[in-house]
Design a protein around this ligand. Structure first.
Ligand SMILES: Nc1ncnc2c1ncn2[C@@H]1O[C@H](COP(=O)(O)OP(=O)(O)OP(=O)(O)O)[C@@H](O)[C@H]1O
Length: 246
């Protein structure tokens, strides 16, 4: 299937990002961080806790402009950016459907969302309020909101953290189903190697802070072949290439 909404890859060239506290303490979070995510590719940014993954996403989302270097976001069918965070951040006084529709640009306001809600198992939940949803359902609503906007690029920051493993696994499958229907250039932050191997075309492995690229791992095996046996093989290959990465 042709990737949609992306004719330019995501290019990142961050020379440096340093946090300076009021007490004069400096923490360099990123240094010479360069990588590219090809059109319509699903990439994971994998690295140890505190290495600078969220800092990178915040820069790419335009939430932090205090850095040196540059980046180029994908362009194409739309210039929209979508993001899914650890917390679903839904408006409590709006229904699931209203939360999703509020994120839509004018051109998509009347979009038929039946297929998307069906795929994500939310068909019967459209009129519920966030307080009536389980954690897993709230994460699904956040995914629906991101995909509904038909973005040119999708950023995900550990969207399945703090869920029980069964729920997280179900959501990974749902994410893949909805992503495969419209392969959008995606960059997901995780520190879970198995999750990265299951979801990605390519894993960008980061070193300890200050984050820079330790190496790339291309997961060439098509996703529908990534069964438990193949996942064990992939994990072994990954650990051979990156022995120190948990
Ligand atoms: N606003 C801030 N002020 C000062 N230091 C910060 C700030 N935000 C992040 N840092 C520091 O920058 C480094 C990178 O943080 P970041 O949150 O990007 O790491 P991470 O890889 O996403 O971690 P985790 O996997 O635990 O979420 C950490 O040492 C963190 O303490």
């Amino acid at each position: 299937m042709q990737p949609v909404g992306a004719v330019v890859p995501l290019r990142v060239d961050i020379a440096e990002k340093t946090f300076r506290s009021a007490q004069g303490i400096s923490i360099t979070a990123l240094q010479d961080l360069s990588f590219e995510v090809r059109q319509g590719e699903f990439a994971c940014l994998l690295g140890p806790s505190g290495c600078g993954k969220t800092t990178t996403l915040r820069i790419l989302l335009g939430l932090d402009k205090d850095f040196s270097g540059s980046f180029q976001l994908p362009e194409g069918g739309s210039n929209r950016i979508a993001a899914v965070f650890q917390e679903p951040i839904l408006l409590p006084w709006r229904t699931v459907e209203q939360n999703v529709r509020l994120a839509l640009p004018k051109s998509l306001r009347t979009k038929n969302l039946d297929g998307l809600f069906d795929t994500l198992g939310l068909a019967g939940m459209r009129s519920l309020y966030p307080a009536e949803l389980s954690l897993g359902l709230a994460r699904r609503a956040a995914l629906a909101r991101a995909f509904a906007t038909e973005p040119a690029v999708l950023f995900l920051d550990e969207p399945f953290a703090s869920l029980d493993e069964r729920t997280a696994e179900r959501l990974r499958h749902l994410l893949l189903t909805v992503w495969s229907a419209r392969p959008t250039t995606a960059l997901m932050v995780t520190h879970n190697v198995r999750e990265a191997l299951m979801l990605s075309d390519r894993i960008i492995v980061l070193a300890q802070r200050p984050a820079h690229v330790l190496g790339m791992f291309d997961v060439r095996l098509p996703r529908h072949y990534r069964n438990p046996q193949m996942m064990s093989d992939l994990l072994r290959s990954f650990h051979q290439k990156f022995p120190g990465v948990a």
